[in-house]
Design a protein around this ligand. Structure first.
Ligand SMILES: Cc1ncc(COP(=O)(O)O)c(C=O)c1O
Length: 291
């Protein structure tokens, strides 16, 4: 039986824009890699997702010990907020999770009349802020920030951690992950859920500094993404590796999907959609019963 149970109670099929799921399926290489690994599902997972960690370190050009993998970046974000979420500064509107899990929040509003753009060089960080969060590209406004001023911000506020949530960075923009090695107060999170279309596989990762304050992340008990003993690991790891290893295919696919509505229409499951009368921007299949 096919389950329609979705995150956030979105128990219907269709485009759930609030959840930011990619409507396109994973690339063929990722599906094939996951299928090939499925018969080994009897084995427990291994704690450190070593093969994927190595691959990500290589691809991102960061030292392997700085890469942390867990079951979706939301889990990593929650762990980071547990440690650093006392006084959080947000650029709003932002990802809905952050105001929910921060203990106290201050904000810099991104203004619609300026297209939600903001010059980070002008960011004023309130005294005693424990964590500044920059979502780049931003959710829900979709714009990218010029990250040029970031190193200066990091130097000016050495006691404040800066989290750059790059959940959507594979769709466009330059990651700041390589800066983590040089800045002990920069934390970068990313995910395979968006551009790689692997939300259901729950693979998120972070590039975190080792000094001055190492931030080893707790692992979950379920560890769906982690096993070393097999060359490619559990299906999540395999799918991720398959997707990353074919990154040029993925990049081309993203470009093709964004740039060509015809390919998008061909690739997307046939779904005639209409907007639900909701403030939460859900789009539901036309078969959705009227209220
Ligand atoms: C900005 C942002 N960060 C993080 C996440 C969490 O993604 P995941 O837990 O699937 O890695 C999302 C999901 O919508 C998001 O929009």
């Amino acid at each position: 039986m096919q389950s329609l149970l979705g995150k956030g109670g979105a128990t219907f099929e269709g485009l759930k824009l609030l959840l930011c799921e990619n409507p396109l399926p994973p690339i063929d290489e990722a599906i094939a890699a996951a299928q090939a690994e499925a018969p080994r599902g009897n084995y427990y997972t291994e704690p450190y997702s070593a093969p994927l960690r190595r691959l990500l370190a290589e691809q991102l050009n960061v030292p392997e010990p700085l890469v942390h993998i867990n079951a979706g970046s939301e889990l990593i974000l929650r762990q980071l907020f547990d440690r650093l979420g006392d006084r959080v500064h947000l650029l709003t509107p932002t990802y809905a999770l952050f105001p929910e899990i921060a203990r106290r929040v201050t904000e810099t509003p991104l203004l619609p009349e300026r297209g939600f753009a903001f010059d980070l060089a002008k960011l004023e960080v309130p005294h005693d802020t424990t964590l500044v969060v920059i979502v780049n590209p931003n959710n829900p406004s979709g714009g990218s920030f010029d990250m040029g001023p970031l190193p200066d911000l990091l130097r000016r506020h050495p006691a404040t951690a800066f989290l750059v949530d790059g959940a959507f960075i594979d769709l466009g923009g330059r990651s700041v992950a390589t800066l983590v090695e040089r800045h002990g107060n920069l934390l970068v999170t990313r995910t395979l859920s968006k551009a790689h279309s692997l939300a259901g596989f729950r693979v998120g990762y972070a590039v975190l500094p080792s000094a001055p304050a190492p931030l080893p992340l707790k692992r979950t008990s379920s560890l769906p993404t982690s096993r070393l003993v097999m060359p490619r690991g559990w299906p999540s790891v395999s799918a991720s590796s398959g997707s990353w290893s074919s990154r040029w295919a993925t990049a081309g696919w993203v470009r093709a999907s964004c740039g060509s509505p015809r390919r998008g229409r061909r690739t997307m499951p046939a779904s005639s959609t209409r907007s639900a009368p909701s403030s939460e921007h859900y789009t539901v299949p036309s078969s959705w019963p009227s209220a």
